[in-house]
Design a protein around this ligand. Structure first.
Ligand SMILES: [Zn+2]
Length: 176
């Protein structure tokens, strides 16, 4: 995904989040989101504060912290703790998607399901420390389901016709 495209998807995602949670769409929040979008490594809140300052914008520390926690809530960021220090990292876009794979034609469709993904990510598997997960679901795509339905209907129809033919034959034989 290109930078502009992922920036745009993050904006759409954040927009949805703000709307769903009835939060104000302030320019400060979007400014911070853009800084986050352009960052490819893990970072801390201080980094964002400095970055905001260096771009000549004045955003309060509280707004930066609030926006970062909103971004975590919106599953745009996730928080890590390394040696007692907190870091943020962007959630790869693909990781709020579940992959649907058709076992017949091989078609792949990614559907958004952050709820399931976050449920898996927050689950504890012994002492294993989960960073992220990807989920694939196997089955039949809608076109293959339709094709299967049609094939079944056709088979039933043929069976019915054969049955009628047989009955006719039997009747004709009886007449003879
Ligand atoms: Zn298919």
């Amino acid at each position: 995904m290109s930078d502009d495209k992922s920036k745009e998807s993050l904006r759409i995602k954040f927009n949805q989040y703000l709307e769903e949670n009835k939060l104000r769409k302030t320019p400060e929040r979007y400014f911070i989101l853009d800084v986050v979008s352009e960052t490819s490594k893990k970072f801390d809140a201080e980094y964002i504060l400095n970055e905001v300052l260096s771009r000549g914008t004045r955003i309060s520390r509280a707004t930066v912290y609030n926006t970062l926690s909103a971004l975590i809530d919106a599953q745009i960021l996730r928080e890590h703790e390394i040696e007692g220090k907190k870091y943020f990292e962007k959630v790869p876009l693909s990781q709020v998607y579940i992959r649907l794979i058709c076992t017949k034609c091989g078609k792949i469709k990614d559907v958004k399901d952050s709820e399931t993904i976050s449920a898996v990510n927050s689950k504890k598997y012994g002492k294993f420390l989960t960073s992220y997960s990807t989920i694939a679901v196997y089955g039949l795509c809608s076109s293959c389901v339709n094709a299967k339905r049609k094939a079944t209907l056709k088979a039933k129809l043929i069976a019915k016709e054969n049955n009628l033919e047989n009955k006719k034959k039997i009747l004709n034989n009886k007449k003879k």
